[in-house]
Design a protein around this ligand. Structure first.
Ligand SMILES: Nc1ncnc2c1ncn2[C@@H]1O[C@H](COP(=O)(O)OP(=O)(O)OP(=O)(O)O)[C@@H](O)[C@H]1O
Length: 242
């Protein structure tokens, strides 16, 4: 079998003395979409932070594209192609939409062909995916709606030419009509850009509609994994709902 794009073996992490993740094994195959689900506080966000390098591994090993990246910091992992859309989106409020997107280009610095790509600016496919961003490119990030900010945060992560996109609760606080637009855009990100997606999502209908497989977290561990095509969300919901 082909090596997964992302692979975690026995990964743990702590906040100071307080251990939050234990013995995480996770394979994310290239081209797949994996949903990470679980109740509040079980460690989903911490797992994403560990993957992007914002949290140090205290045990285990992480490989990305077959290379051991366990010891690399966040900038190096971003440069390797790991893009992150944080919970709450973290748009720069005083920068315009265009300037926010340009900050995503920094992940290209130091990559082969990176200087040319930075000079070329924001790739057209980002505006093809999110036409709204082109219309509001001079507007300040702070005045955008939740849905516009989410599109901007995804566009910014894609500007760094990520091959893996991590999203932390992209549907949170977004109206249903916009959730559908985001799902459509993420489908195109997979199909047209070949980007692999790992998504933390509380909204199970969205997770099931979008992802191929799921992992359930409980108290800092992955306790169950399966296919969203072979099981229904209802069969798993008791592990996730409070
Ligand atoms: N910066 C931090 N310092 C110390 N403890 C933290 C920190 N961030 C999170 N925690 C703790 O780590 C545990 C896991 O939190 P985490 O945010 O990863 O969970 P989550 O599953 O993403 O929850 P939610 O759905 O509420 O975002 C919780 O007990 C939380 O209180």
């Amino acid at each position: 079998m082909a090596e997964p794009l992302l692979k975690l073996d026995g990964v743990a992490t702590s906040y100071g003395q307080s251990q939050v993740l234990w013995d995480i094994d996770l394979d994310v195959p290239a081209g797949s979409a994996v949903a990470l689900i679980g109740r509040n506080g079980v460690g989903k966000t911490t797992l994403l932070k560990t993957i992007i390098g914002a949290q140090r591994l205290t045990a285990g090993r992480m490989t990305f594209q077959g290379r051991d990246v366990s010891a690399l910091g966040p900038h190096q992992r971003a440069r390797a192609g790991i893009g992150f859309v944080p919970q709450g989106r973290h748009i720069f409020p005083h920068l315009t939409v265009r300037e926010n997107l340009e900050t995503g280009l920094s992940a290209l610095a130091g990559r082969a062909g990176g200087a040319g790509a930075i000079k070329a600016g924001i790739p057209d496919h980002i505006f093809d995916l999110f036409p709204k961003l082109a219309q509001i490119s001079n507007r300040k990030g702070g005045v955008l709606s939740g849905g516009e900010q989410q599109q901007l945060a995804i566009g910014r992560a894609l500007a760094g030419q990520s091959s893996l996109l991590l999203l932390d609760e992209p549907t949170e606080g977004i109206q249903p009509s916009v959730v559908q637009q985001i799902e459509d855009a993420l489908r195109r990100v997979r199909a047209e850009l070949g980007v692999t997606v790992l998504i933390v999502e509380q909204y199970l209908d969205f997770a099931w509609s979008f992802a191929d497989s799921y992992r359930v977290m409980q108290r800092g561990r992955i306790i169950r994994a399966g296919s969203t095509r072979e099981e229904t969300a209802a069969e798993v919901a008791h592990l996730v709902n409070i």
